[in-house]
Design a protein around this ligand. Sequence first.
Ligand code: FPP
Length: 271
Amino acid sequence: MRAGRLRYRKWDDGTMTMDSKLQAQVDAAPRWPVIAPPISYDRMPRHIAIIMDGNGRWATGRGMIRINGHEAGVNSVRACTKFCGQTHVTALTLYAFSTENWKRPQAEIRFLFRLLRKFLVSERAELIANNVRLTAIGNIKGLPEEVQAELRLSQELTAGGTGLNLCLALNYGGHDEILEATQRLAAKAAAGLIDPNAIDERVFENELFTAGMPPVDLLVRTAGERRLSNFLLWQASGAEYFASPICWPEFEARDLEAAVMEFAQRKRKTA
Ligand code: FPP
């Protein structure tokens, strides 16, 4: 079966396989060479989360329009994903679209979703080739159907990846996530399926979008801002916070490496 321009085959049992075109792209995709992490593997953060900020400022400061900043920001997404994949980080969560972002002009929102779809399609082969598993957190059903379709496809085709978990936070808000988890647990308790006294941190975490992921060790925000902006409020409660003055489109692998090194230094001091 071939669904429109999508390159995959869905079998009767629901499993997906790549068609020969995507398989050829995977075969031709560059394999990321393993690099030595800046610090020993056992001191590396397992979960890095990034609030990608400053796209608009970067663009307008150069006489361009805001969407050019988002476009340029995709290079930083690629660079940070590759760095994390190469240094055996378990999870990289990127704040790509918050529930607050719906307040932006319609044209900018449309552009962001177009960019996201383009990214999902263009990076698919390289992610598969490098063992990356793509996942998403947030209210995914609230996203445009075309975005959901590409997201589903990337998730299914990368599901077997045993390396980095690249997690995109989309239509995500920390308060919403915690409220929904609470409602689900309350419903289970009301139905007699769970004893309220048995609700501990582990039970609660299993109701969050991030169930199964390690807690955030290092939270990075670019463009000099120091707000949490409703991002991973539960998961980042013990995280080291790193504020970078660099706008996201100029944030490179070496900047993430600097954040990781500072993380290790702070951890050593508090150990
Ligand atoms: C914040 O910069 C950035 C965003 C709201 C969107 C992030 C999106 C990308 C980096 C592009 C694509 C992402 C993926 C995963 C393919 P801002 O616009 O708030 O910047 P400003 O504070 O300078 O206005």
